[in-house]
Design a protein around this ligand. Structure first.
Ligand SMILES: [Zn+2]
Length: 271
């Protein structure tokens, strides 16, 4: 299966940091090349409060860019409780709350702070009925516990665990709580057995695909700045693993994203 097959398909990059400063020098051409490769929409998660305005602005400038607002667990040193108010006030223009969650990697910030901000965003999701974009690095079990306690019940899905790296059993527990599971560039690495096994085993109805650009480049771009157009390679790998067609995988991911984030279906129409 070649990546070229995707050129005529439409695909949503469900997690891309399009506001990242690393895109400042050539954002317009990054956008154009993604569009020409079939990327019809990008969901852009926020990390800290001071980025909210930039993301909102990008959404007015670039058709198909959908903003979110959230306070990322890796940046607790930047967050203030007042930022939760800004977040609440920004939400009417956002398709989700995120990126939020917990991070227990080496670079972790204070876990108590992380739990405070994640808990507050879960509450906000409940009152505003918005889906969550969740980061759960080395912390899937802790995240699961908080999601269980929060007991959200949004009909079209409570959110997505992005760049999932937990176990199959944990993925199923998340799906049972009405969360989607998302995968990106790491599944394109032939040696990523555990991740690739997850994609093989999980149902397409529960999965979405993303780039997380400019981070997490795929195997063919390792060491480089990741770009939204390379979502095609993530989809191609997923199709191989699912022994499915690129079109089937792309449309399943699109369908899940449209329903979860309440995006316009018209995104998938036209050339
Ligand atoms: Zn991210």
């Amino acid at each position: 299966m070649s990546v070229a097959h995707l050129v005529n398909s439409r695909i949503i990059d469900t997690h891309i940091h399009f506001d990242d400063d690393r895109f400042d020098p050539d954002r317009a051409s990054i956008y154009q090349s993604a569009r020409s490769q079939g990327v019809c929409a990008m969901v852009v998660p926020a990390t800290i409060e001071s980025r909210f305005t930039k993301i909102q602005h990008l959404a007015t400038q670039y058709p198909g860019v959908f903003p979110t607002a959230g306070l990322h667990p890796m940046f607790c040193d930047h967050h203030l409780p007042a930022h939760l108010d800004t977040l609440a006030q920004t939400l009417h223009n956002c398709v989700a709350i995120g990126e939020c969650g917990l991070d227990k990697s080496d670079q972790q910030t204070d876990l108590k702070q992380q739990r405070f901000y994640f808990g507050a965003q879960l509450e906000l999701a409940k009152t505003a009925s918005k889906p969550l974009i969740i980061h759960a690095r080395n912390a899937v079990e802790d995240v699961l516990l908080m999601l269980k306690t929060a007991a959200l019940s949004r009909t079209s899905g409570n959110g997505v665990i992005h760049s999932f790296n937990g176990s199959l059993q944990q993925a199923h527990r998340l799906i049972d709580l009405n969360y989607r599971i998302s995968f990106g560039g790491p599944i394109t690495y032939p040696g990523a057995r555990k991740l690739r096994g997850l994609v093989e085993s999980l149902p397409l109805e529960a999965m979405m695909f993303e780039t997380d650009a400019p981070d997490q480049p795929g195997h063919a771009q390792r060491g480089m700045r990741n770009e939204p157009r390379w979502i095609n390679q993530v989809i191609t790998s997923a199709a191989e693993l699912k022994q499915s067609t690129i079109t089937q995988v792309a449309s399943a991911s699109n369908k899940n994203a449209i329903s979860l984030f309440d995006l316009p279906e018209s995104l998938l129409l036209g050339s």
